[in-house]
Design a protein around this ligand. Structure first.
Ligand code: ADP
Length: 587
């Protein structure tokens, strides 16, 4: 959808409604009929007043009253039918939207699902589709009523005494103008800002809650969460600005719609200036009852406008996900010839970033070789490793696995060739058995146990109440970071893929865990091509080759000895590292 194009929300809704789109139309028709039926009783009411004022036969009143009651009940029933239609359509649209989103999400580059991304996507799948559902189910019939009622009211207002009608319409007209100024493009922008602010606040709040233990342990105050605080301050400022912006139109609107009675008084003076007669008394009484309806109708239009802005914002968010380009999969599905890797002039820049995270990197890794990626934090190690297994597609250059461009290998083949163990590899809320088995669903329980054994997990299993059938996260079953990482290593052991990417953990709470994780890594990496993102240099000395990254570029490569002899960045880092170790020992 082009930016200049007007956003046609109804077109989009009809697309998602599919075969159910006629229900939306039907719902509108029922709502319109109901709106007209609701207005007719006011004519009956006028007849009741006329009977009283003119002293006609009081028996007639009963008939008028019953007709009014029947119409009101009828209108209600028809409105229920309208709601019935729109609700079915709304549920269908919501279901279709969610399933389209889920289908799209599964094709997206893995890189989209970083910490920040998952929360945002979850919010869109849940909240934005729910907002759409509410709009179709409730706001569409409401809006139809809101559109029909003023027209019907205009007829009623001018039919009996156009002079009173005209005077009463003055405040309604000004109110309408005030209301229109509260909608429009500027307000749509504001609505987006509001939703954006809510989104950032909610993710910052999560970060804050997550960080509470750190804050407390280090004796800090809440103010250490500057981002959260500035986020709330920002929102507060936004809310004040927004309120100020609405100050005049809203005051105008409220004053006008509540001033209608004052105008009726003026109208009463005008029509009775030549003396009071039955007809004028009848009409004034009638207008006292009917004019507030204009107020109600206008308020309804105002609210339906707000609902529409919320809806448009929700739909735009859904579309944004649908517009992310999925990784193109499998025009051809070539098998890699071996399990070596080659990068040719690979460059990658994150969306909206100002510099390349990986800049013109070329390197080769032979099958079965164990290599390490080292470099300062932010130098591009993780990005480079993620590119190798197509978390994203390169901005330029080529990545070959076993002589085949990764783009020519289908996702499923590629995923069979590679295992990764990241620091924050997620365990899901299922049993340990099921968690490990995700790597290979047909694996027997014996095989899973064997993998757990190789990954040094038996001490974890033994202390759990139900062994490998213990559900992680249930009833206080808590695994430490290192323990979780060992379970994810077991997953990789079971998968037994020929290429392995390891993100070495930066910190461990206890040395016992650290030793076990190292042993598990060694077991896992046997006979495999290993790419290790190394954060500490003690583990890289034995690597066949070390690639040193700096600022997105590959600056040095070679064995530990070669790099030490060379005396470049690696030597500098290594010397610093040894000093820090000595310092620790000394201390
Ligand atoms: P390393 O693993 O060496 O610490 P990374 O590969 O994580 O480095 O990061 C390289 C650069 O890319 C850094 O400047 C980082 O800020 C940036 N970067 C990393 N992830 C993202 C992302 N999802 N979006 C935008 N920039 C990112």
């Amino acid at each position: 959808m082009g930016k200049t194009e007007k956003f046609d929300h109804m077109k989009l809704i009809r697309e998602y409604a599919g075969g159910h789109k006629n229900l939306i139309t039907l719902g509108r028709i029922f709502a319109a009929i109901s709106a007209v039926m609701t207005l007719i009783p006011y004519y009956e009411l006028w007849k009741v007043i006329r009977t009283a004022v003119n002293g006609e036969d009081p028996e007639n009143i009963k008939g008028y009253a019953w007709a009014a009651v029947a119409l009101i009940v009828g209108a209600l029933l028809v409105y229920i039918m309208a709601l019935f239609c729109t609700h079915i359509a709304a549920f269908r649209v919501q279901a279709n939207m969610r399933s389209s989103l889920m289908r799209r999400i599964i094709t997206l580059p893995l890189g989209v699902f970083d910490e920040d991304g998952t929360g945002r996507i979850r919010r869109i799948v849940n909240d934005s589709t729910a907002a759409t559902e509410t709009y179709i189910a409730h706001n569409i019939p409401d809006k139809t009523v809101a559109a029909i009622t003023p027209i019907g009211l205009l007829v009623l207002v001018f039919a009996f005494d156009w002079k009173i009608g005209l005077i009463c319409m003055i405040p309604a007209l000004i109110g309408f103008v005030c209301m229109m100024s509260m909608m429009g493009k500027g307000m749509q922008e504001k609505m987006k800002e509001y939703q954006d602010a809510l989104e950032t606040m909610s993710s910052e709040a999560t970060e804050y809650v997550r960080g509470v233990p750190v804050v407390k342990t280090f004796g800090q105050t809440v103010h250490s969460f500057k981002r959260f605080k500035s986020c709330i301050d920002g929102f507060g400022k936004w809310a004040t600005d927004y309120t100020l912006l609405l100050r005049f139109p809203m005051t105008g609107f409220m004053t006008c719609i509540n001033a209608i009675f004052a105008f009726i008084v003026i109208a009463a003076f005008v029509v009775t200036k030549n003396g009071v007669d039955n007809a004028s008394v009848l009409n004034i009484m009638y207008y006292i009852i009917i004019t507030p309806l204009v107020t109600i109708a206008l308020t309804k239009i105002a609210y339906s406008g707000e609902a529409e802005m919320t809806l448009i914002d929700a739909l735009k968010r859904v579309e944004k996900i649908m517009e992310i380009i999925p990784l193109e999969d499998g025009k051809s599905d070539k098998m890699p010839e071996d399990f070596g890797l080659e990068l040719k002039n690979v460059t990658y820049r994150y969306k909206d970033a100002t510099r390349d995270a990986v800049n013109d990197v070329s390197l080769a890794i032979k099958p079965g070789e164990h290599v390490a990626l080292v470099g300062p934090s932010g130098s591009g190690k993780t990005t480079l490793a993620e590119l190798m297994v197509r978390f994203f597609d390169v901005s330029s250059g080529e990545i070959l696995i076993g002589g085949v461009n990764v783009k020519d290998i289908s996702q499923s083949t590629l995923m069979k060739q590679v295992s990764f163990v990241f620091q924050d590899s997620k365990l899901i809320k299922k049993s340990i058995l099921e968690n490990v088995r995700m790597a290979r669903p047909d694996a027997s329980e014996e095989e899973v146990l064997e993998a757990l054994r190789k990954a040094q997990c038996m001490d974890i299993i033994e202390k759990l109440p139900k062994g490998i059938n213990t559900v992680i996260g249930e009833k206080g079953t808590y695994l430490s970071g290192g323990e979780q990482q060992r379970i994810t290593i077991a997953r990789a052991v079971l998968k037994d893929a020929p290429i392995l990417i390891l993100d070495e953990a930066t910190a461990f709470a206890d040395p016992d865990n650290e030793t076990k994780v190292q042993e598990a890594f060694e077991e896992l990496a046997k006979d495999k091509t290993l790419i290790m993102i190394a954060h500490r240099l003690s583990t890289v000395m034995n690597a066949d080759k070390i690639f040193v990254m700096d600022n997105g570029r590959l600056t040095e490569s070679g064995t530990h000895k070669e790099l030490m002899d060379k005396g470049g960045l690696y030597k500098k880092m290594f010397d610093e590292y040894t000093r820090s170790i000595e310092w620790k020992v000394g201390a």
